[in-house]
Design a binder for this molecule. Structure first.
Ligand code: FUL
Length: 692
């Protein structure tokens, strides 16, 4: 009789014995890195001397008096970032021109010699206070390259640089990240020397000893550079990490500014140190404020791509605000970042996988501690994992009925290292299992976007990993479609194409000036439309009935017969000026007047012309003073029918429209008399006319 009781007791004792978690896979994140991983989304602010000189890289000889914001309000920056769901702000305390936003004891090149607040101001103080007030983390960018300092390039400069670092890390409270730029050495003012100074990027800064200062003064702070040691650059400034993205890298192969930076985009599967990637990107083309970029703030679809291609690919996201000359984040930037914040909120509003029934092909020790349900319990501290040696395994979520979805989010518990090398996502649609995606790494967070499907089950299969997969979180969402207004284009030959930003949307359009609706023409593919008039379009999400704002494009005569004649007839890129694509341009270096002569192919009653300057970022071609002529035969031109300037075109290089008293002619000539830029380049992105 006693025997079975004993057996039961032994069984109970045995099954209570704790199954041990899997051994970690090295390298592992440190505590400070784990805390940083949680931030995910935070802001960069580029604001100092360049803001006032309209530069990206100042030379170092700027007069400190030029720094003079009229309405500086760091609390506005903090409010915007807080509202946008960002967790901190990193400030360019000193950029390459050496100008300091705090009254450093070690230089005269700082706010203390500006008129701003009579030299008593301190932007670093104001921002660190504002961050504390708004519950944001505060970080500093201190440029290692200093084009102002006479000692730059000599060992003495290092003392100066380190003294400044000490000031920043001692006087302004907690710092969460210290940002060291890889752009180092080159021409500069250097205290009046005005010369080129190259340094050995690998050895000059003696980084190890500089890092020690940060560890000593701000032990919680993460150090950022191309080479970490805590956080690495992602190898581009466009806003993306690669799909394959390992947090580990072979750290000793890098230094700030090292030439093998492309490898930073993927990290190394056999990386020796945990150095996760941070994606840094500006909300505008430039890092610094330029009024000329007010019309180029990134659109919602672009910002969403950046979000999914960074945070959704095992990286963090650092979005830059080029604070303007008032000392404020510009209204347009605020508008766009709030669109992003709202879209993210809506995309991740309702986790369809939360506490759903799940099963797995293998559960470590058959233990409840490692059950499949841990991945969908909403608790990031629990995880599903498998027995040692069992790598290929899958986890299935049973929704019990078809559910519409288009996002899949998965996380590894990185406290045990980054493991997964390859995975697959399948969905049960009707009675068929469909492969939705086949991907490589997961890491701290991976988010997949796919077109809407209606699935009753989802299956995550781990196909390859360094050891047992450790999956802490799986979430599934149905994000609303991005309903931005469609883009309407017509090329030279009169083919009209209309593009919506999201997949699966219906586009409706009109060609009669009426507002489009679901009863209008449905757009399927590019169509020929050579008439004069207005095309309007809108995108509709058929499932929800919601629609985008209406986009409107006005077209005059089709440019099919147009030809550039005369001297520029075969100039390189001249065809770009009427290809309907605003991003392509023709431009040249020009000191003397330049004539662009166009044969319209027929005589027309011309009532005006439209000019869009080159939209390129570096030394674009922009005409300032002009004359415009019309002729019947291309020989006798007479006096200009319009002349003058394109006012404010340098700051605002948008479409310029000029009206004329009607003039008949077959040939037109735009004479560029001067460039809007000192470099003297003139150019055209698009050119058009209005006719009667
Ligand atoms: C680069 C710098 O040269 C840019 O000016 C900007 O600060 C960017 C964040 O890093 O390397």
């Amino acid at each position: 009789m006693k025997h079975p009781v004993l057996l039961l007791l032994i069984f109970v004792l045995f099954s209570c014995e704790k199954t041990l978690p899997p051994e970690p896979v090295l390298p592992l994140p440190s505590e400070r890195q784990l805390a940083w991983h949680e931030l995910e989304f935070y802001a960069f602010v580029h604001f100092n001397m360049n803001t006032f000189t309209n530069m990206e890289w100042g030379f170092g000889n700027e007069n400190p008096k030029l720094f003079n914001p009229t309405e500086l309000d760091c609390r506005q920056w903090a409010r915007v970032c807080k509202d946008a769901g960002m967790k901190g702000i990193i400030l360019t305390a000193k950029h390459h021109d050496g100008f300091c936003l705090w009254p450093s004891e070690y230089t005269e090149h700082s706010v203390k010699n500006s008129d701003w607040k009579n030299g008593k101001g301190d932007v670093v103080r104001e921002l660190s206070d504002a961050c504390r007030e708004y519950g944001l983390k505060f970080g500093v960018y201190l440029s290692p390259w200093d084009r102002n300092h006479s000692d730059y390039g000599n060992p003495e400069y290092l003392d100066y640089f380190r003294n400044q670092l000490r000031e920043l890390l001692t006087n302004y409270g907690d710092v969460f990240e210290v940002w060291f730029d890889g752009a180092n050495g080159g021409s500069g003012w250097y205290g009046g020397a005005n010369e080129e100074r190259r340094i050995d990027r690998e050895t000059y800064y003696d980084w190890e000893n500089t890092y020690k200062i940060v560890r000593e003064l701000q032990p919680e702070a993460c150090l950022f550079s191309d080479a970490g040691p805590d956080i690495r650059w992602v190898g581009n400034e466009e806003g993306w990490a690669m799909e394959t993205n390992w947090a580990p890298i072979r750290r000793d192969e890098f230094y700030p500014g090292s030439p093998n930076y492309v490898e930073l985009r993927t990290g190394h599967e056999d990386g020796t140190h945990w150095v996760p990637a941070e994606v840094d990107v500006s909300i505008r083309p430039g890092w610094y404020y330029h009024a000329s970029e007010d019309h180029q703030v990134k659109t919602l679809p672009h910002l969403l791509d950046i979000y999914y291609n960074s945070i959704g690919r095992n990286a963090s996201l650092l979005i830059n605000f080029p604070v303007d000359t008032r000392g404020l984040i510009h209204e347009k930037d605020v508008e766009q970042v709030m669109k992003l914040a709202n879209a993210i909120k809506n995309d991740f509003a309702n986790n369809l996988a939360l506490n759903k029934r799940v099963s797995a092909t293998n559960i470590r020790g058959n233990s409840r501690s490692f059950k499949a349900g841990n991945a969908v319990d909403g608790n990031p501290d629990t995880y599903w994992t498998t027995d040692d040696g069992v790598i290929q395994s899958s986890l299935e979520i049973d929704f019990r009925e078809p559910v519409e979805m288009n996002r899949f989010l998965v996380q590894e518990d990185i406290r045990l290292g980054q493991r997964v090398k390859q995975f697959k996502l399948e969905a049960l649609v009707g009675n068929n299992w469909q492969t939705i995606a086949r991907e490589t790494t997961i890491g701290r967070k991976r988010i997949l976007r796919f077109p809407n499907i209606s699935a009753s089950k989802l299956r995550l299969s781990i196909e390859d990993a360094k050891a047992s997969p450790v999956i802490s979180t799986i979430e599934v969402y149905k994000a609303p479609k991005v309903l931005a207004e469609p883009i309407i284009n017509r090329n030279k030959n009169g083919m009209v194409s209309i593009k919506a930003f999201d997949s699966g949307l219906h586009i409706y359009y009109t060609t009669d000036g009426e507002n489009p609706s679901e009863n209008s023409l449905l757009y399927n593919e590019a169509f020929e439309w050579k008439k004069k008039g207005i095309i309007k379009a809108l995108a509709v999400d058929a499932a929800t009935g919601s629609f985008s704002p209406v986009s409107v494009a006005e077209f005059d005569v089709v440019k099919e017969k147009w030809k550039v004649v005369g001297e520029l007839a075969s100039a390189k890129g001249i065809e770009n000026i009427f290809d309907g694509d605003e991003s392509s341009a023709w431009s040249i270096e020009a000191n003397a007047p330049v004539d662009v002569v166009i044969d319209l192919g027929e005589s027309l009653a011309i009532t005006g012309f439209n000019y869009l300057p080159d939209q390129g970022r570096w030394n674009p071609g922009i005409i300032f003073n002009y004359e415009f002529f019309v002729s019947e035969d291309g020989k006798n031109w007479g006096a200009p029918v319009s002349s003058g300037e394109f006012s404010n075109i340098k700051n605002s290089p948008i479409w310029q429209k000029k009206h004329l008293d009607t003039v008949q002619g077959r040939f037109i000539r735009l004479r560029a008399l001067s460039s809007a830029l000192e470099e003297g380049r003139i150019g055209i992105a698009e050119f058009g006319i209005n006719t009667n």
